[in-house]
Design a protein around this ligand. Sequence first.
Ligand SMILES: [Zn+2]
Length: 340
Amino acid sequence: MKYTKILCTVLTLLVPAATATAGKLRIVTTTTDLKSIAKTVGGEKVSVSSIATGYENPHYVQAKPSFMMLARKADLWIRVGLELEIGYEELIIDGSRNSGIRIGTPGHLDASEKVLRLEVPKTKVTRELGDIHPQGNPHYWLDPLNARIVAASIAGRLSKLSPENRQAFEKNLAAFQKALDERMFGAALVKKIGGGNLWAMELKGTLNEYLTARKLTGDLGGWLARMRPLKGRKIITHHRSWSYFVNRFALLVAAELEPKPGVPPSGAHLLKVMKRAKTENVGVILLEPAYSRKAADLVARKTGASVVVCAISTGGQKEATDYLTLIDLIVSRISKAATK
Ligand SMILES: [Zn+2]
């Protein structure tokens, strides 16, 4: 009896150290976008699985026993946060019986910690407002700047869990950020000005002025150059999934098909949306693949707008094989539809 007890204690002490050094760090992320970023930053030092697949509604994922099994063996759990996973995360972590990934432990990373947030409610959140998240809109990954921030948070946490691999994680992080910056601003401009400087100006709203003054406007490439002609263009979206993308690329949401976030479209609300679409001259209705096309098609038929079905997560459509190709896909779908 005594022997068993001692053996158990010894084993418990040994196991975390053994997993960190012997094999790869096992990461479980709630979403595929976090998986994509964690895989890039962790490289060959990690193995990553995601709970969600990328094409379901990210608010509603079933807490299946297989997810608990996956979480049981995890060294690190990464969530989007801002209550996106409120319906299933606790069930999975509890069911996993893995105390190393509980909230507040080093094995639990809330990726929202340092991101830029939008739509943080200023008044008390009540049910009547729909599915409003008290800490802000959780769909923040569609702003490339937030993906850059998330990648840094993941690299920091991986270095803490596996300090001997710090250099590799930092190198991978720098490579991801460079690739993202080049996709955003174009390689020529990143080479001349530096990605960090470009983001700083983009945030201050001084980038255009700077490029014009230095006659560098022609060097602007990437997503920003492709989206530039669409600045101020009004679109309709189904759910409030696009706020961060719309904000970064200066589009405007004229209306949403959902009367309140998470509340399905109603006939009365859709009539208002159609009116709005006509007076505001909306040409594009953006629809996440997880939602029914019915409301979007109806509004499109009555107003002449076109429906653009587009993934909001890696894996949501076949072209979106990782985070960067997801944003490639969104940029190309929207710009194609809006310039038609
Ligand atoms: Zn949402």
